[in-house]
Design a protein around this ligand. Structure first.
Ligand code: FES
Length: 172
């Protein structure tokens, strides 16, 4: 299994990917090495983005939802841009068909930001992903690292409201 993963092409020919590959190799391309690998990506590139998360997930045979969940939950990881709370909306085909664009629009309107932006008070970062690997649960969104499947507008708004009200519980 590890042989195959080793051959996956990194998102670019940037030499820093070799450092990331070395970390994964050291952990036998096991999922147990996920946090350490994300650390290495962050140390090497300064932040995590969609392509790097996707690459790490594929290399470790980890569900994308888990990788996004971990990376958005821990304070030490910074996706750009990083607000105090994060909401990742899946725009993959299955979620798209199930009406997620409408949900995204509602969130954008309510917070006055576009996908990829953070509210001026730094409270919420709104991000999108191409597929979180949980298509059976479409439409899917991740709120502070917590996956919400078959999410509707009402539920999403309630979860966002809850995030606004809660203390920052992410771990440093
Ligand atoms: S398309 Fe949204 S989880 Fe796959």
């Amino acid at each position: 299994m590890s042989q195959r993963n080793e051959k996956l092409e990194p998102p670019s020919d940037d030499k820093r990917w070799r450092i990331v590959q070395a970390t994964m190799q050291r952990n036998g391309f096991e999922r147990d090495g996920l946090i350490e690998t994300l650390h290495t990506v962050q140390e090497s590139f300064g932040f995590l983005d969609d392509d790097s998360l996707r690459y790490v997930a594929a290399s470790l045979n980890a569900p994308l939802s888990q990788v996004f969940g971990v990376s958005t939950f821990y304070h030490l990881f910074s996706l750009k841009p990083a607000g105090q709370h994060t909401c990742v909306v899946c725009l993959g085909t299955a979620c798209y068909i199930k009406g997620i664009p409408l949900l995204l629009k509602e969130i954008e309107n309510r917070y006055g930001i576009k996908a990829g932006q953070t509210t001026p008070d730094g409270n919420l970062s709104l991000m999108t992903a191409r597929c979180l690997g949980s298509c059976g649960l479409a439409p899917v969104a991740v709120f502070d690292g917590e996956i919400a499947g078959k999410v509707n507008i009402q539920e999403a708004m309630a979860r966002l409201q809850a995030l606004e009200e809660k203390e920052d519980v992410r771990q440093a």
